[in-house]
Design a protein around this ligand. Sequence first.
Ligand code: NAG
Length: 279
Amino acid sequence: MDLQCCLCWRVALLLLMPCGLQCMSVHILTEEPVHVIPGSSLVLKARIEQGPLEEVSVVTWEREPETGIFPETVTLATCPGRSLKCAGTRPNVRVNMEQQETTLQINGYSSSDSGVYAVTVTDHTGAKITAHCIVRIYGTVQFATCGEEVHHVSVSINVSHSLLICSEAWGTDPHFSWFHERVAITKTVGKVSKDGKTLFVTMTPFCGHFTCRVSNKMSYSSATYTAAPCEKEGSGTTAAVVCLVLVLLFGGVLAFLLWRRHRHNNRGERLHEHLDDTI
Ligand SMILES: *[C@@H]1O[C@H](CO)[C@@H](O)[C@H](O)[C@H]1NC(C)=O
């Protein structure tokens, strides 16, 4: 295919695909859970998908401890450049990049190889996307739990039907939960759909903060929809205080006016007396 044809094809694809430039994704294909027996090898395979105008410039495999205050990230392998020729940083690490798939293999797996594995794909603009696998030890067997973190959580509203809709971009097995003013949704507030993505709000008035929290094995994220502020309980007391203040103010002004008038009258009388004296 010559260059012009290729360009044409890409533009056509771009018009067909609404995601345009931001199509890139990476998924770890390893079925979960993976049982890794110490001494054997751990194999993680990831599939990269990209948009028509996107180009993968670097693929990196890294590992960091699952816990610790300053977890140190270890780069296990990088596959840079157009050819994406991979180089491992350890003798027991093998990495391979083939078309849309990359494979990490760690031979002679030991407990020190446990942690969070991450494969990061960087495109030609420098944008990055990462998928993770947590590899843990249970007894003598290690398990890997793979997936992508929760991304771009947002809440939108369907005003005509009093619906709040929660969406998330590409996390693996996302679980949705809803809160009103940080408290789990009760019947008095509304009803959550079976898949958890939609909240049908029944409370009147429709007010306060509605939060959708999306979580999976790798991470969690949340977004909040803010409706009109709710009338606080005890607004009766506030009204009473405001009323009292107004009464006091009014009383004060009235007293001042009366006092001024009284003083004015006194002065007038004195003036009359003075005039009488001079005449
Ligand atoms: C609101 O929700 C209803 C019922 O699901 C749907 O028919 C309607 O198209 C939605 N409106 C908007 C603006 O999305």
